[in-house]
Design a protein around this ligand. Structure first.
Ligand SMILES: Nc1ncnc2c1ncn2[C@@H]1O[C@H](COP(=O)(O)OP(=O)(O)OP(=O)(O)O)[C@@H](O)[C@H]1O
Ligand SMILES: [Mg+2]
Length: 481
């Protein structure tokens, strides 16, 4: 395959994937064709596949000693192709361990990326080395040594759960559909054997990968993690003209992300006014008199989420809502969710608003003592909620900071979602008026919360003006009550 087909600009790459038939877990004829092509490449010139001279960025990544290695590089920079070598080295390192413990994991954001890009790269190298056979039905490569490399994808979360593995590779892990939970799940699977991780991706957003991995490394706060970045042109095969055309034609942020491998904020985010420097504030002890509220989203496969907010009781525009805690967990019993939600509320909640469709769960939560009720329902409710959150993010209180603030260090999931929450696109790539369906759990909670607070204004307290004479209205006010 040529570089044009394997390393095109990101949009073309995704468009190409989108054009394919839906790719699911079952092994199809088209999957077979792709697999055969990779095998033929390996058979035709095994030496070329095995001895491909790695470029500098790939060599640095291969020799990095840290347990977690992240290659965040431009499109077509040679990320996917080098990963099977890294994995093979890990497999060799553990070959004298008990055979039943020699399990490895490779995953991609979706079956499409897995079967069209990641898996063929593994098949090419493993077939050239004649390591074993690929079991199509189970998506597992069984080495003759007995070691097993399992292939999974984020659209089938079960494929990421299960065995403890000795090493894992995640391809395109920065993609919007890959959540912080995926990274946490994979880390759990690696923890038992202290296994190593390789993540390869182009930067797509400023979500968890930047916040939880790259930024801490840059600040010198993360141990055992190495982040390696290089542009598309680090790959000697990357066509220089394509790179220059991209530089000349793409928006600057896009070129910097997809071709230089640098993090930039993509255009088109729903909460594009969000600015960590202004919206994230140091936590403080919430005064007892401030009402606490929460927004709730229920999920079975999706996580159940809660966002907790404490409201400054002063009148507009000082009615600042401080998000002080979050909860986001999947596949747990209602009683477990309830226990954690009550603990995180850290004080009595005044009201709590939830997805209005979850009638039974709302009743269950009420029965368990939470002051929960249906959030706003009906057509336009999603947009109205987004509008209210947006307004709070955009408007300032009289201290010059926004009316929605987030406690630093306490809402990592929220900060991840806000940087990935965008309008869904139609087949032609145009933004619709629906938000995407990933990175939306805590964003939904925040909609319910902000609309609820807006629809239930408390009686405004008189403005505190220390030293100023009491306005006459205050006297009237007192007499009336
Ligand atoms: N060191 C190298 N020498 C020669 N060719 C290379 C090298 N590294 C990668 N290539 C070739 O460049 C192309 C792109 O490689 P690869 O698919 O690994 O890139 P990628 O960074 O994963 O791209 P994408 O962003 O599309 O996922 C492939 O055809 C691959 O064979
Ligand atoms: Mg790739």
């Amino acid at each position: 395959m040529t570089i044009e087909t394997l390393g095109p600009a990101w949009t073309e790459y995704l468009a190409q994937l989108a054009e394919d038939e839906r790719v699911g877990p079952e092994w199809t004829e088209r999957d077979e064709v792709v697999l055969r092509e990779a095998e033929r490449d390996a058979e035709r010139e095994p030496e070329m596949v095995i001895r491909l001279a790695l470029h500098v960025g790939q060599i640095v990544a291969l020799h990095a000693r840290e347990p977690h290695v992240f290659v965040v590089a431009g499109t077509g920079a040679g990320k996917t192709i080098f990963a099977p070598r890294w994995m093979y080295r890990e497999i060799e390192r553990h070959q004298s361990e008990p055979i039943e413990s020699q399990n490895y994991l490779v995953f991609a954001p979706s079956y499409k990326v897995l079967k069209r890009a990641t898996l063929p790269a593994y098949i090419r190298l493993f077939h050239a080395l004649q390591l074993g056979t690929f079991k199509r039905g189970d998506l597992v490569y069984e080495l003759r040594s007995g070691a097993k490399v399992w292939f999974g994808s984020c659209d089938n979360p079960e494929s990421l759960e299960g065995l403890h593995v000795r090493a894992a590779h995640g391809d395109e892990i920065g993609q919007n559909s890959v959540s912080l939970e995926v990274w946490e799940t994979v880390r759990r699977r690696l923890a038992f054997f202290g296994g190593r991780f390789l993540g390869t991706t182009t930067p797509y957003n400023l979500g968890w990968l930047k916040q939880a991995v790259v930024d801490p490394v840059r600040r010198g706060e993360a141990k055992g993690i190495r982040v390696i970045g290089f542009p598309s042109t680090a790959n000697p095969m990357y066509p220089r003209e394509a790179f220059e055309t991209a530089r000349a034609t793409l928006p600057r942020w896009r070129f910097r992300m997809f071709h230089l491998g640098e993090f930039e904020r993509p255009e088109g985010l729903i909460y594009d006014v969000f600015d960590e420097g202004r919206h994230v504030v140091p936590p403080f002890a919430i005064p007892v008199k401030w009402p606490r509220y929460a927004g709730q989203d229920f999920g079975l496969k999706h996580p159940t989420g809660t966002v907790f907010g404490a409201l400054d009781p002063r009148p507009y525009p000082d009615d600042v809502l401080y998000l002080y805690a979050e909860y986001r967990r999947s596949e747990r019993a209602t009683s477990d969710h309830l226990a954690d939600i009550k603990r995180l509320a850290a004080g009595p909640l005044r009201r709590m608003w939830a997805d209005p469709r979850s009638v039974q769960l709302i009743a269950d939560y009420r029965a368990a003592g939470l002051p929960i009720e249906k959030g706003a329902a009906g057509p336009g409710e999603v947009k109205a909620g987004i509008q209210e959150v947006y307004t709070r993010l955009a408007e300032d209180a009289s201290d010059g900071l926004p009316r929605l603030r987030i406690f630093r260090g306490l809402l990592p999931g929220w900060l991840d979602e806000v940087e990935r929450y965008e309008w869904a696109r139609d087949a032609a790539g145009n933004a619709t008026d629906r938000p995407v369906e990933y990175a939306d759990d805590l964003m939904d909670c925040t909609r319910y919360l902000c609309l609820g607070v807006k629809a239930h204004p408390r009686r405004a307290l008189p403005r505190e003006r220390p030293g100023a004479p009491e306005p006459i209205a205050a006297g009237i006010w007192t007499r009336r009550f």
